[in-house]
Design a protein around this ligand. Structure first.
Ligand SMILES: NC(=O)c1ccc[n+]([C@@H]2O[C@H](COP(=O)([O-])OP(=O)(O)OC[C@H]3O[C@@H](n4cnc5c(N)ncnc54)[C@H](O)[C@@H]3O)[C@@H](O)[C@H]2O)c1
Length: 243
């Protein structure tokens, strides 16, 4: 049970990740699921019955207007991540947004600047960093027990088809922003990048493929379904300090 001083959280988008966030929030003493929001009335009802939020909304903007909501977790389709994160920061809320955080680097910089200027916390969904396996690997590397890490190979193959099904939005660039690179690659690349100490990228060469659109009938499939890339970095870390 959350304490009265726990952070009041609003969750937008009540699919699989929305449920996982709600379980973690209500299962901790740090926060409580205070408000939830989704356009889908059935999902809203089922979610409310399971997690017992104080308020339910079908409008994201209305949820933001509630002064009692202190932090927002965004689990909406990708194209809504940037505009909703920005609105939430402008409304004075801390933000945890699912990946991918934005559609481009300029949007990411705007969110970073907004959060800094307002003294708010912003993070996007890189849950792998917090897994016991990753934390152990990070510690072993920091202790130099694996020697110098100068090369890493990372990959992710989805063996269970398209997320939320072939009739969902994940195959549509206008809603998803891209295909496997920002859906799975973001986790795979971040895992290696994080373990290597977030080196500043210097050069990238990449190849993307689109080999499965014929599997989708009467539906847009204009994202890549395979990608390979080579990233080269310097010893300088992403934040400018030396590795
Ligand atoms: N971190 C991870 O490992 C991980 C895993 C799965 C999904 N995700 C991310 O989570 C996000 C959501 O994925 P999903 O599988 O739950 O998708 P989904 O389509 O099942 O769920 C999105 C929900 O948002 C609702 N919605 C859409 N537009 C809305 C609006 N304007 N206002 C309110 N509600 C709205 C929909 O009704 C739907 O219930 C995606 O960005 C995905 O990349 C991350």
């Amino acid at each position: 049970m959350a304490s009265s001083s726990s952070i009041r959280v609003g969750i937008a988008g009540l699919g699989w990740p929305g449920e996982r966030h709600a379980e973690a929030i209500n299962g901790s003493t740090l926060g409580t699921v205070y408000s939830v929001c989704d356009l889908n009335a059935e999902r809203l009802k089922a979610f409310a019955a399971t997690f017992g939020p104080k308020h339910i909304f079908t409008s994201f903007d209305e949820m933001l207007m509630d002064q009692d909501v202190e932090a927002i977790v965004i689990c909406l389709p990708n194209s809504l991540h940037y505009p909703c994160s920005l609105k939430a920061l402008e409304a004075g809320k801390h933000v945890l947004c699912e990946k991918p955080p934005t559609m481009n680097a300029a949007q990411m910089r705007t969110l970073h600047d907004q959060a800094q200027r307002r003294g708010l916390l912003y993070y996007f969904g890189r849950q792998m960093r917090f897994s016991p396996a990753m934390q152990t690997a990070k510690r072993l590397i920091a202790e130099r027990r694996l020697g110098e890490i100068y090369f890493a190979e990372t990959m992710w193959i989805r063996s269970r088809g398209t997320p939320i099904g072939l009739d969902g939005w994940f195959t549509e660039r206008s809603k998803a922003g891209g295909g496997v690179v920002i859906d799975l690659g973001i986790h795979a690349i971040d895992a290696a990048w994080y373990l290597m100490g977030t080196p500043q990228p210097r050069a990238v060469s990449a190849q993307t493929y689109q080999k499965f659109p014929q599997l989708v009938k009467n539906k847009t499939f204009d994202v890549e379904d395979n990608a390979t890339r080579l990233l080269r970095g310097s010893r300088r870390k992403f934040d400018g300090t030396q590795n």
